[in-house]
Design a protein around this ligand. Structure first.
Ligand code: GLU
Length: 378
């Protein structure tokens, strides 16, 4: 079963007054149902809660602070889900609501639970509609925008593709609102080297081109391609699926092609997180070892910051504080405080037990910075 994540922005789903546009919801449900009938599993990541909440609450509660947005989303999220439930009913499709924050991804158990639950929904032929849990989201725990959230969900369920639908046809070589000779780019092969202009934000959406490109870039590194297209084009999801089936990345919209083979398991989980639970600072020796795909041992650890427990994702930083990688720590911050700088053979003596020589095992470690190993220059 091929899995798609389709992210749809508020700009597609709202009328000018901020209310849900029933015509768009109906058309989208028809389009997605057709694709499911063809054997695809589809997860929808939908914005609109804050926009719809604002349209009901009026001027007394402007979406200008986190506190207001939390309340507005609690008004708008039920409207959003109702609009989906109503729109999918004629196609006998059950809609499920999944509300996530970054914290749900950071805790491995919660992440695995969410994944398992979503897999079950897809196996049943349901349509999960995901949004950030804006009502409880504060800066420290939130993902922040649904482009990024959709990439995290795509990675989590190992989707075959991410489709991002907004009010733009494609990514252009320059700002199409300012230059009429701007040309759409149908395929981006090397997203690492790609630099785009920033066309700003839509009225209600949090992101813009920047968050779409960064979502696609994050997924490309994990082996998943993303297509960015206009959600107002009739039957866009079906058209894109036809395009993919012909093995043709290029065509409608812009496809950001995966630049790596698919990564799986713990490394994928480490890669999709936006934040880590703490920092382990290492010396030059450990830095070289990590760059040579070796595990991080206690001997090369200079210090730590933050509070993390065994199994959390931590950043590995050089002595200047630059993050060079991330990985799953086998030891808690307290334990590392007692074994840092020591040989692996001394761990038992210091702690009274050992969980192994590796503080971060190479299988659970990814490099994040493009900086090279010490001694090889910048
Ligand atoms: N979660 C927000 C909402 O539903 C939208 C975030 C975004 O536009 O990226 O209103």
């Amino acid at each position: 079963m091929k899995k798609l994540v389709v992210k749809i922005g508020s700009s597609v789903l709202t009328l000018d007054n901020g209310k849900p546009d029933p015509v768009r919801f109906k058309a989208f449900a028809k389009d997605v149902s057709r694709v499911i009938d063809r054997g695809y599993a589809v997860v929808v990541v939908s914005s609109g809660a804050i926009a719809f909440g604002s349209s009901l609450a009026g001027a007394s509660l402007a979406p200008d602070s986190i506190a207001h947005k939390q309340v507005l989303s609690s008004i708008g999220q039920p409207l959003l889900i109702n609009a989906y439930t109503d729109s999918f009913r004629p196609y006998d499709r059950i809609v499920t609501q999944v509300l996530l924050t970054h914290e749900d991804f950071m805790d491995r158990q919660r992440y695995l639970n969410a994944r398992r639950s979503m897999d079950l929904m897809l196996a049943q032929g349901f349509v999960p509609v995901v949004n950030e849990n804006d009502t409880i989201a504060v800066d420290e725990i939130k993902v922040g925008d649904n482009d990024t959230l959709s990439a995290m969900v795509a990675a989590m369920i190992s989707a075959d593709r991410l489709i991002i639908l907004s009010n733009i046809d494609a990514i252009f070589d320059k700002d199409p609102y300012r230059y009429h000779d701007a040309k759409p780019i149908s395929e981006i092969q090397h997203i690492e080297q790609y630099k785009s202009f920033d066309e700003g934000k839509s009225r209600y959406g949090v992101g813009g081109i920047r968050t779409k490109i960064s979502a696609a870039r994050q997924l490309a590194r994990m082996g998943i391609s993303t297509t960015i297209a206009n959600g107002r084009t009739d039957g866009i999801v079906t058209k894109l699926v036809d395009q993919f089936a012909q093995g043709n990345g290029a065509g409608i919209g812009t496809t950001v092609v995966a630049s790596q083979r698919r990564i799986s398991g713990a490394k994928k989980w480490v890669s999709l997180l936006l934040k880590s639970s703490g920092i382990i600072t290492v010396d030059d020796g450990a830095l070289s070892a990590v760059h040579k795909n070796k595990s991080l041992l206690a001997a090369g650890i200079l210090g730590t910051s933050g509070t993390f427990k065994q199994g959390d994702v931590v950043s590995i930083a050089d002595a200047r504080g630059r993050e060079i990688g991330r990985g799953i720590s086998n030891y808690s911050v307290t334990e590392i405080g007692m074994i840092k700088g020591k040989k692996s053979s001394q761990i038992n003596g210091s702690l009274g037990y050992s969980k192994g020589d590796e503080v971060i095992h190479r299988d659970n470690l990814i490099l994040t910075a493009s900086s090279s190993a010490p001694g090889r220059g910048e």
